[in-house]
Each structure stands twice: as C-alpha cells, then as structure tokens.
Design a protein around this ligand. Structure first.
Ligand code: ADP
Ligand code: MG
Length: 303
C-alpha cells in the first residue's frame, strides 16, 4: 500500500504550512517524518488521512485519491492523531467496541478486540477507565484504536511524545513489531527515534522537504567521526590511546574518563577493550554516541 504525495501545498489563510511537498512511500516501508515543531508534519498527516484538504496538489493512498475517494482511504489507514484524543470517561474495551462499531466490524468485533488487546499489550488494563491509564497505556489504546480495522497503512503523529523512557522503549518496540507487516509513516522531532524505528527518513522544515533518504545513508553523510566515551579503571595516556587503529583523537574529560574520536568506518570498541586487557585495565563504561542524524538534521534545518 503506497502513499504518494505530489506537489502538496497547504495554506492556512496567508500562512504556508506546506510548500510543494512530494514523496512516494512504498508498501512495507517504515518512514519517519522528522522536523521541528511547526514544520508541517501534522498538517501533512491530516491531509493523508482526509481530515483536511490540501490547497493544491494530490495525495493517493494505494492509488485512491484522498479527496475523491476518502472513504476508501479511511478504510486502508489507521491514524493515531497528535495528542491522542481519547474519551477519558470510557472504559478501554467499551471504547474499542465503539470504534469497532464505526468501522462496522460486525460479528467479528469481539474476537478482533481481544486480538488487538493482545497485540498492544493492553490485557491487564482492558477493564479500566481510559482516564485512569498511564500515558503509556493511553498510547497503547490509541494504537489499538488505529489498528482495529485491519489497516495496511498506519499514520502515527508523534506516537511517543510525553512518554517516560521505559514507556518510550515499549511503544517503539510495539511499533517495530507492527511495522513488519504494514506501511508506516510516523512523525517525530526526535532523531534517535527515527534511527531506532525507521528504514527511511523524510526531513521537513518550514513546510518543505529538505532531505529524503535511508536512515543509514543520512547517518553516513553526517558522520565523519564516531565519538566514544570510555571510563577506565586506572590512569591511561592519550598517546597510548592514539595508537589504537582508527583513533583520530583522544581527549581526557576527567580522571580516567576519555572521549575518543574515531573513524566511523570501523567499530573500534573491540579494540578499546583489547587495549584495556593488554594494559591490565578494566573498562568501567563505554558509550558510543548516536549524534550523527542529529547533526544532519541541525545542518539541514539551520536558518
Ligand atoms: P508540526 O506538526 O510539524 O509541528 P503543524 O503541521 O502542526 O506542524 O503546523 C505547521 C504550521 O501551520 C505551523 O506554523 C502552525 O502554526 C500552522 N498551523 C497548523 N494548523 C493550523 C490551523 N488550523 N490554522 C492556522 N495555522 C495552523
Ligand atoms: Mg504536529
């Protein structure tokens, strides 16, 4: 199920929220729409999901035009809007029954709801009021709502915003699991999220696409150095570290903590371990920073 946007422009009064946006998402792709606040992400998603019309241009989902065939498009798409609007006074199951009614799931609805409750891990909370759920379980309920009618395409607007680190990991993993069988477009302003979930990233800034490439390609162009922070158990000299193949620079941050810049073509963490072992040192911690995509993003969205 493909999503094709051709020259989409959206004006809110005089303000241009989207400016000639074109892209094609192939069936099965998991694509991140990355951009700062106000970039136009939600506007693009509302157009794809038939909630607002574009000012000009056209979008098709699996060949159906969002303006001419909105009913078909809505059948294919599952949508988790920004801020996940839910009915706080409804019970989880009652809400899913209500959604199943909208999609006319008929006889299969009970079975489908329990299946979705399983998939989204809502089991323990299924009999609670939505208003009593944690933010993580609210997002699961939002995802359950989006998945209920067997959509092949998922549009998720900032699905992890406001989650704590544990909930964030859980929801990312859930999206990755679901993404194996579906076409997904998800928006985020978090670079790491794209690297963690998406095959491809479309970077949008002030309503225009400024980059569209695979996540790995974009990381590659941005990085000319890996930054590895490592803490040894004892004193180490910068000269000794510089001899490790691939090391460009070794900077002492504090006590036995070093920041090592290295050639990204090779993962030198193994060599750092080897170095420690042969010098009777222990590695207390080691961390390779993922700031690559972040740098691309910054350079592309800089004014
Ligand atoms: P994002 O989701 O990337 O944060 P949005 O698509 O929500 O961006 O917004 C893009 C731009 O359009 C922003 O400048 C925003 O203020 C403006 N905008 C969004 N919705 C409306 C609206 N209903 N009326 C007027 N301006 C809007
Ligand atoms: Mg938004």
């Amino acid at each position: 199920m493909s999503i094709i946007s051709k020259n989409i422009t959206k004006l809110y009064g005089k303000q241009k929220a989207l400016d000639d946006v074109s892209f094609a998402i192939q069936p099965g792709e998991v694509v991140g729409l990355l951009g700062p606040n106000g970039a136009g992400k939600s506007t693009m998603m509302k157009i794809i999901t038939c909630f607002i019309p574009p000012t000009s241009g056209e979008v098709t989902v699996d060949g159906y035009d969002v303006m001419d065939n909105s009913i078909e498009v809505r059948k294919i798409i599952g949508y988790l809007p920004e801020h996940n609007p839910l009915y706080m006074d409804m019970y989880v199951k009652e809400y899913l029954l209500y959604i199943a009614g909208i999609y006319k799931l008929g006889k299969i609805k009970k079975e489908r709801i329990s299946e979705i409750i399983d998939i989204t891990g809502l089991g323990p909370e299924q009999n609670k009021k939505i208003g009593a759920l944690s933010k993580g379980f609210c997002q699961r309920t939002g995802l359950a709502q989006a998945l209920l009618h067997y959509p092949d395409v998922l549009i998720l607007d900032e699905p992890t915003s406001g989650l704590d680190p544990n909930q964030l990991l859980e929801i990312r993993n859930l999206i990755k699991k679901i993404g194996k069988e579906k076409t997904i477009l998800l928006s985020t302003h978090i670079m790491q999220e794209v690297e963690a979930i998406c095959d491809r990233v479309i970077i949008i800034h002030e309503g225009r696409i400024v980059a569209d490439d695979s996540t790995s390609n974009l990381s590659k162009i941005s990085t000319n150095q890996d930054i590895i922070t490592v803490e040894f158990s004892d004193k180490v000299s910068g000269e000794a570290l510089s001899v490790i193949p691939g090391v460009i620079k070794a900077k002492n941050l504090k006590d036995f903590i070093w920041e090592i810049s290295a050639n990204p073509k090779k993962d030198i963490r193994k060599d750092i371990f080897q170095f420690a072992v042969s010098n009777q040192l222990t590695v207390l911690s080691m961390n390779k920073e993922i700031k690559s995509l972040e740098e691309v993003f910054r350079s592309l969205t800089k004014k």
